[in-house]
Design a protein around this ligand. Structure first.
Ligand code: EPZ
Length: 427
């Protein structure tokens, strides 16, 4: 397994290109199952999770063609074609490696009238049930069975009638599965308290480009008028707001100035508000954002929430930044029950953080020193990289396969901004 070696102290400057959004791509790819025609996605990030999803799609007989990108370029163009489905079963050994695989449940049900998908296990940040996915599909008329670790969803003869579902808890994935099911139902479906993340808007925009009829896009109340058939499309994946926010924290903790090329400020209001409250300067234009932090960072209080609130996927990265801020910061993680696993590793680098349930108290500025640390989950891994960039001495981050799931060629991008970072094989 590879590891990353970072020598802290360099002030980041330069331009970092922002890739297509992992969490948009993972819901756009299964849309290929909804049509017999080719779906071409541009700006797909080169990530382990995207490769994994592409492999999963071949399980159903989907052909995937990677087009025209030179190896040194970021991103790729991939055409998915599901002219004939050869299976509607997503097996355990594929789903267990990537829980986003559950996002094939709705499209397979909508297209084939039946879908059997292994139940995704929990993961490091929480048990992450899928009850809301299943309740939404049942509200549309599906029959759901749970047998031997698999969920089997079946439409009645004549197809799904559609229906209404009011989400008791905001769920990104359940909203995505519901949308990808309702678009081919026989009638009209309405979702209340649906997730409003930019990735949901990206999904709605793709579905509309394929011929779906959706009202209320961007709001928490969505109305979907089912259509008989969807067409293929060519669509560009939105930029990754979490990747951009992560590199903004990296620039800020080093007192640097970095241009985030392609970042979409409109998707990042809550992240940018958090950064500005810490004393980071942000200038945006239609092609990206410039982040600068040449003064003392200031403590602040942050609480994660569903969009438009502060993304839970930004909590660990902002915590690292706050380790260098003057004063005491209070963070509240309201979405997942176990999303502080970066704390013990940051403490080994000299951070002063106490956690009590879903609250973390960060006191700064801490004198961070390099250490050998272990990545535990995707965003926790990034928080260790951010801390290492400002730490005295060398940090070795192991198990960086977690990072490769969500950050395209991370060390190359940080090297572009002057970081002293290299990837080496782990003996
Ligand atoms: C998506 O996960 C993202 N993943 C996560 O990003 C992100 O943290 C999360 O949304 C919240 O924004 C992808 O898009 C692939 P949820 P998802 O359903 O859909 C509970 C990253 O780092 N819940 O919005 O699984 C759940 O336990 C990843 O890129 C139920 O109770 O998240 C959680 O407490 C990590 N029942 C809350 O809702 C359900 O059926 C929000 O989960 C579904 C969810």
């Amino acid at each position: 397994m590879d590891k990353l070696i970072i020598r802290g102290g360099n002030r980041l400057s330069g331009t970092i290109p922002i890739s297509g959004a992992k969490n948009a791509a993972l819901t756009l790819i299964p849309c290929a199952l909804l049509t017999e025609e080719p779906l071409t996605l541009r700006n797909l990030p080169r990530l382990a999770d995207i490769d994994g999803f592409q492999h999963l799609m071949t399980q159903f007989g989907v052909s995937t063609g990677i087009r025209g990108k030179r190896p040194e370029e970021f991103g790729r163009v991939v055409t998915f074609e599901a002219a004939h489905l050869t299976s509607n079963v997503a097996p355990y050994d594929l789903v267990r490696k990537m829980r986003a695989s559950i996002l094939v449940l709705g499209p397979l049900l909508a297209r084939a009238g039946e879908a059997t998908v292994s139940l995704p296990g929990g993961c490091a940040i929480g048990n992450r049930p899928i009850d809301l996915h299943l309740k939404a599909l049942e509200a549309f008329g599906a029959n759901i069975e749970l047998t031997q670790g698999y969920v089997k969803a079946m439409a009645p003869d004549g197809g799904l009638p559609g229906g209404d579902f009011d989400f008791p808890v905001v769920s990104v994935g359940a909203t995505e599965n519901a949308l990808m099911t309702a678009v081919l139902a026989n009638g009209t479906s309405r979702l209340f308290n649906a997730a409003r993340e930019p990735e949901i808007v990206d999904l709605c925009n793709l579905l509309v480009a394929m011929g779906a009829e959706i009202e209320g896009i961007g709001s928490s109340d969505l109305t979907i008028h089912g259509v008989k058939k969807l067409n293929g499309a060519t669509y560009k994946v939105m930029p990754d707001r979490i990747e951009a926010g992560s590199y903004a924290c990296a620039a800020a903790i080093t007192g640097g100035e970095v241009r985030l090329e392609g970042a979409c400020e409109a998707d990042m209001h809550s992240t940018n508000a958090a950064l500005k409250s810490i004393g980071v300067e942000i200038e945006s234009d239609k092609h990206g954002m410039t982040v600068r932090a040449d003064g003392q960072l200031k403590a602040t209080n942050l609480s994660t929430a569903p969009f438009p609130g502060l993304a839970t996927d930004m909590q660990a990265q902002l915590m690292s930044l706050l380790c260098k801020a003057e004063g005491t910061s209070v963070l509240k993680e309201t979405i997942f029950e176990n999303r502080y696993m970066h704390v013990p590793e940051l403490a080994r680098m000299g951070a002063n953080i106490e956690t009590e349930g879903r609250t973390a108290i960060v006191k700064g500025p801490a004198d961070l020193t390099g250490a050998e640390v272990m990545a535990t989950d995707l965003r926790a891994s990034m928080s260790l990289i951010i801390a290492a960039l400002a730490a005295e001495g060398e940090t070795q981050v192991r198990r960086i396969y977690h990072l490769d799931r969500g950050y395209e060629r991370l060390e190359e991008k940080l090297q572009l901004a002057g970081a002293d970072i290299e990837r080496v094989g782990d003996e």
